[in-house]
Design a protein around this ligand. Structure first.
Ligand code: ATP
Length: 234
């Protein structure tokens, strides 16, 4: 499989505070990667570093072999990385449909159109004219995912998509992932629930205190290895 995104010794800082140290990550085309780790491990910081919300060294992030570290986020979307942010962050004054259409600003060509998103999440078609923020939490998450897909990304970054949702709704959202990946997209999922993350991914990266504490194929890492890497237990 072809390499899509790599990070080389990626470091990220908030002022004097260093949040990420020497992160080497490899994502292949069509890959599904789970990024796990306890609170404050650096998962969101890594996602933000990949999509331009935090400035990092140019050569520390390569997309299709091209340095993209530190580019503005609109340029990174244009090159093919879209983020589903933690907390969904829909535009309050806009309808469901308008929220989705905003995702298409990058005008990248690809399979994802409004109709394709409505086919993936039919409830959004029914509610297309309603304010996005009037929907249930799970439906708002579908809008956030649909909005990211509308930019026709090569790589979709999903930050805590199940936060605050019921198990049944989480199942509905995760059920959409195979259709999304069937379009050839690579996906990175940040998830608190380790079992859900590992089950839905081909590869797992675990962070601890800003460093990669474990990585491997999800069917090759044991629960004990994950516990050790996640909690620092031996
Ligand atoms: P969570 O699961 O709680 O979201 P996380 O693994 O995503 O945790 P990050 O949010 O990336 O972790 O935080 C990594 C470290 O960076 C933590 O020590 C956190 O306190 C710190 N941090 C995060 N955002 C900022 C910020 N804006 N300014 C300063 N420090 C920050």
């Amino acid at each position: 499989m072809k390499s899509l995104l790599t990070t080389h010794q990626l470091e990220a800082r908030y002022g004097d505070f260093q949040a990420l140290f020497g992160i080497d990550m490899h994502i292949q085309e069509g890959d599904a990667v789970a990024l796990i780790g306890s609170n404050g491990a650096g998962k969101s910081t890594l996602m933000k570093s990949l999509c331009g919300l935090i400035s990092v060294a140019p050569d520390s992030v390569l997309l299709d072999g091209q340095p993209i570290g530190g580019l503005p986020s609109h340029e990174i979307v244009r090159r093919g990385i879209a983020m589903v942010p933690e907390g969904r962050k829909l535009f309050r004054s806009l309808s469901v449909e308008e929220n989705l259409r905003i995702g298409a600003f990058a005008q990248r060509k690809g399979p994802w159109t409004l109709e394709r998103v409505f086919a993936l999440f039919p409830i959004l078609k029914e509610k297309r004219a309603l304010p996005g923020t009037s929907l249930s939490g799970g439906q708002q998450q579908m809008v956030a995912i649909g909005r990211a897909l509308m930019s026709n990304p090569k790589l979709l970054l999903c930050d805590e998509i199940s936060l605050g949702l019921s198990p049944a709704v989480i199942q509905d959202i995760y059920a959409a992932l195979p259709s999304i990946r069937a379009e050839g997209l690579s996906v990175v999922i940040v998830e608190q629930d380790i079992d859900t993350a590992v089950r839905s991914a081909k590869h797992v990266y675990c962070l601890m205190h800003g460093r990669v504490s474990l990585h491997g194929a999800s069917d090759a890492v044991s629960k004990q290895q994950i516990s050790a890497a996640y909690f620092g237990l031996e």
